[in-house]
Design a protein around this ligand. Sequence first.
Ligand code: AGP
Length: 610
Amino acid sequence: MCGIVGYIGDKDALPILIEGLKNLEYRGYDSSGVGLIPDGSRSVVIRKEQGKIRNLEALLSKKSSIKSHLGIAHTRWATHGAPCRKNSHPHASENGSIAVVHNGIIENYQILKAKLIGKGYHFSSDTDTEVIVHLISEYFEGDLTKAVQRAIKDLEGAFAIGVLSSDDPTTLVAARVGSPLIVGVGEGENFIASDVPAILRHTRRVIYLKDGEMVTLRKDGVSVMTFDGRSVVPKIDRVTFQMDAAQKQGYPHFMLKEIHEQPDVLEKMLALRLKKGRVELEGIRLSDKELKKLNRIKIVACGTAYHAGLVGRYVIEELARVPVEVDVSSEFRYRSPIVDKRTLLIAVSQSGETADTLAAVREAKKRGARILSICNVIGSSLARESDGVLYTHAGPEIGVASTKAYTAQLMMFYLLALKLAQVHVALPSKNFQKIMKDLKDIPALARHILKAHRDIARAAKKHSHFGCFLYLGRNINYPSALEGALKLKEISYIPAEGYAAGEMKHGPIALIDEYRAVVCIAPQSEVYEKMVSNMQEILSRKGKVIAIATEGDENIRTHATEVISIPRTNKILTPLLVALPLQFLAYHIAVNRGCDVDQPRNLAKSVTVE
Ligand code: AGP
């Protein structure tokens, strides 16, 4: 979704803004722009362009250079109005003295627009954002903070905004409701941004603005306040991750780098959470007594995180015998869910900013549920709104296609299930210890799969031209099939569907012919023979079968066109290993087809609007 960067200080603002935008590219965007107040100028200079940031840079290099110490910049992901120059941000007031960048949606913009038109304002874009700048201009009487405060009162919806004015050229004002915004605190300079990587090269001191807070930045200080002007003492956090964690480090794509990081991520999680034969879930904020009282768990999430939740259901029900339901967040809130004080709602999200998941959490809270989140981004909105947080600590995930965050979410579900099994005394000690031991082996087994990466690349090459893929799995690997299909479709744009293999005869089998490739997830388990039957049915209809099977399984070769092996492990843990070949397969097919793997079309890394 949209990315915001803002700078005020002694340095040349433009290169800082452009670099900041580049570090937010992963969020997904279709146009970009900057707004600067050149020293001594009476108006804001705005440059914007459709497409990649390099197009904006090309435009900037054609015009004379802009020396400025105050500016805002934006990458836009279109919601209202087509992706084109006129709809790109910043948007300026009619006299050119005020400029605004915005992330989010103004829900009442049509009413506001009509009122503003009635007052004689002219609109030059199709966006909801333009009402903000005209409102600020309407209320401006020399103090930008006050004008923004008044304008905000008229707005309904979600927004993070950055505002500057050439008539108040020593201030940069920002505010947030619903959409993420941080303040970077520097020496003789201060920043705003949608996310930490945008400013990390300049400062590690960060204020995570809360909903309903705004900030006035000057080069030598920041004042945080509520929308009604009450001053807030901000908490300044120190960012601990290194800049290179958010860089490619020699890999051609972030996605490939992040796939390779998985063994280390899993190993670190285990080291943090397994201590002296017990599971320790720091951050859960629920005593064993409270965990024992729970009679129902609901999981809400979107996309890949939802698939992790589906695996979570199998694992928690199997190991801890607590009933679990899983919903996509956008459905949960509209279906009158049965939730009460004995319900634990688990919200899963890499970014912690997904609007639908946040809305589901608020709905469940209203009904009395305890909220536990499984989240990657520290200090995110979800983390702040939850009663307890289990951080996955997977490090920044930049590729739009989620990889390491997914396996980290899976790992967290295994740990949580073991914890619940402990307090509910649902698992004989011998079985508990066995799963703990098998979990500890997972990072090494995942490393083994990374070594076979080239074989998977070869299999991908052979199948890159197929126009349609099916993914089949059963039991705990049914969600793996859904995730494999999602991975492929989002980065290669090939239609791909995941199915519970048992459903094949109820419809999807009609698709099978020599032009279809079917990925069959068939590690050794009690449903192995049933998967083999599915594979025979596909082959006998001339479909191509790519099997993901356990190392040493020679039988499978007679039922598949291609076999990708994963090391043997406890059958309940197989989703952790199956994920890797599925990710590699999608990655290589997308690369072979010349797709933009890290920033697939139309997608945003964190979906901050409903
Ligand atoms: C994953 O590959 C997707 N890009 C997407 O489905 C993602 O998982 C979903 O939008 C949820 O995001 P979150 O984990 O940040 O909430």
